[in-house]
Design a binder for this molecule. Structure first.
Ligand code: HEC
Length: 197
């Protein structure tokens, strides 16, 4: 008797679970979910995506070692120049007005001048690899690691800058972007060459 009742219960649970899967598939197939960037996610989807992002970045950044000279003024200045050129449009900066591009983003690009919950290693990972289904690009496709560390170095300083200091630091970049890219790739080739001998 008890065994039959248990079996009936298992079958009922299975049918309900299958029904839920079919309902979800239908909802997706019929275009029920709104992917528009001007309408926020529903709470369950937001929680799901935030957890996915947080765990994914934490796991992948865990083995990244920081360079010893992350606090060097040269790195910070180089990073400031790169930031002003490539990042401020989306992420803003002290004394800058929010661009039209930044206003239309979803998820919004965080205001990095307010600090970040991420560690420097996690910031390095996110700058290098970007984040799927957001506007954050993978800068590692075009930039070597040393320049990405320069930007991480600058991000540690950014929250403490006034508008005046921000402008001065961005203007103080030792070289322009092309020169930095050139030097970084020379150094890279040099190292690769040494490895062959
Ligand atoms: C086209 C817009 C855009 C540009 C340009 C851009 N980002 Fe982002 N960035 C984003 C968005 C959107 C996010 C949020 C991603 C998310 O929610 O997962 C983000 C996230 C980040 C984060 C994680 C912040 C945190 O604390 O969670 C860092 C660090 C970052 N960007 C650095 C940079 C740097 C450095 C540059 C320039 C090399 C840059 N970004 C250029 C859009 C952009």
């Amino acid at each position: 008797m008890a065994a039959t009742r248990n079996r009936r219960r298992s079958i009922a649970i299975l049918i309900v679970a299958l029904g839920m899967v079919v309902a979800l598939a239908l909802y997706i197939e019929l275009g029920g979910y709104n992917v528009a960037a001007d309408a926020p996610h529903t709470a369950p989807v937001r929680t799901f995506l935030e957890t996915l992002r947080r765990r994914s970045i934490a796991a992948r950044a865990a083995g990244i070692a920081l360079p010893g000279d992350l606090g060097s003024q040269q790195r910070i200045q180089a990073g400031a120049g790169l930031y002003g050129e490539m990042c401020a449009t989306c992420h803003g900066g002290p004394g800058l007005e929010k661009t039209e591009l930044a206003q239309g983003l979803y998820p919004q690009a965080p205001d990095l001048a307010r600090g970040s919950a991420l560690t420097p290693a996690q910031q390095f990972w996110i700058i290098k690899h970007g984040v799927k289904m957001t506007a954050m690009p993978a800068w590692g496709r075009t930039h070597p690691d040393p320049l990405i560390w320069d930007m991480v170095a600058f991000l540690q300083r950014l929250p403490w800058l006034s508008a005046e200091q921000y402008r001065a630091l961005v203007a103080s970049a030792p070289e322009d972007h092309d020169e930095m890219m050139h030097e970084a790739s020379e150094a890279h080739h040099h190292k690769a060459g040494e490895a062959h001998h």
